[in-house]
Design a protein around this ligand. Structure first.
Ligand code: NAP
Length: 267
């Protein structure tokens, strides 16, 4: 796929499950990478605890630099942007991939944790775009957002998460309406469950999280490959894998799915 050759791509949450797959796919496709993750995860890479596929094949020169940044605050987002500017290179694509989740009923999750989910999953995306937009517009770049099926199907036991992913979808589509005239592309991806560390997120209270059969969850490699293929084809919405596509169709043709359940007295 030539689309990525020599493009400079910023990936957030770069050393998580999807992030590592983005790195290896993008290196294979000839992109140059700016990688960002939490200071703890960047340290783990430095110490060799996290293994990056692709680097050992002599492609480490394509990974331009790694920026530690905690994206849960405006200061962390500014620090990432400042460090990027200090390097004095152009940027063609941002992949907004960093994210957190938790399991539990809304009333059982501490309010600070719900707010942290919104800070990282939604506000960091808005803050980073505000900072990077002039650069992306100047280069007629591309913004890729990792939303979720929970970004179009309201999901109990992950209320703040679902809210953040709906927010990302709304933000991305609205902004797209403003910036496409500058030649900037937008791609929003909606993964269903995929086998990455986020599935082992913290649990609050005693949620009846039902057992998820293995066949329902897709491999992170597949999700990332579909994402990059869809983005290269200029797709606005990408549903990677069977379950994501089925949910997308079901939600479009059967809006009641989004309402979850009927409430007596309401139609
Ligand atoms: N896997 C799924 O089933 C699934 C489904 C739909 C959507 N998604 C979305 O896919 C994206 C990637 O998730 P993943 O599945 O690859 O999970 P993951 O392995 O947990 O990766 C998420 C990455 O974001 C990092 N991150 C967390 N908080 C951060 C912060 N404050 N500042 C900067 N980086 C931070 C994580 O660091 P830590 O390791 O320290 O947390 C991790 O490296 C997320 O946006 C997630 O919501 C995942």
């Amino acid at each position: 796929m030539e689309y990525y050759r020599n493009k400079t791509v910023l990936v957030t949450g770069a050393f998580g499950g999807f992030g590592l797959c983005f790195i290896s796919e993008l290196l294979n496709r000839g992109a140059r990478l700016i990688l960002s993750d939490t200071p703890e995860n960047v340290r783990a890479v430095g110490e060799g605890t996290v293994h990056i596929t692709g680097m050992e094949e002599g492609r480490d020169s394509q990974a331009l630099f790694i920026i530690p940044a905690d994206l849960s605050s405006a200061d962390g987002c500014r620090a990432l942007h400042e460090e990027y500017r200090n390097q004095g290179i152009g940027l063609d694509m941002i992949i907004h991939n960093a994210g957190i989740a938790c399991w539990g009923e809304y009333a059982d999750v501490p309010p600070e944790f719900n707010e942290k989910i919104i800070d990282i999953n939604l506000l960091s995306v808005m803050r980073l775009n505000a900072l990077f937009l002039p650069e992306i517009i100047g280069r007629r770049g591309h913004i890729v957002y990792v939303s979720s099926v929970a970004g179009f199907v309201a999901t109990p036991l992950g209320v703040a998460y679902s809210t953040s992913k709906f927010g990302v979808r709304g933000f991305a589509m609205a902004l797209h309406g403003e910036i496409r005239k500058h030649g900037v592309r937008t791609t929003i991806v909606y993964p269903f469950f995929s086998r990455t560390p986020i599935l082992k997120s913290r649990t609050f209270g005693n949620p009846a999280v039902s057992y998820l059969p293995g066949f329902c969850s897709s491999s992170p490699e597949h999700v990332v490959s579909c994402t990059l293929q869809g983005a290269a084809r200029g797709r606005l919405h990408v549903c990677p894998g069977f379950f994501s596509r089925m949910m997308w169709l079901a939600a479009r043709f059967h809006p009641v799915i989004s309402a979850q359940r009927k409430i007596r007295g309401y139609s």
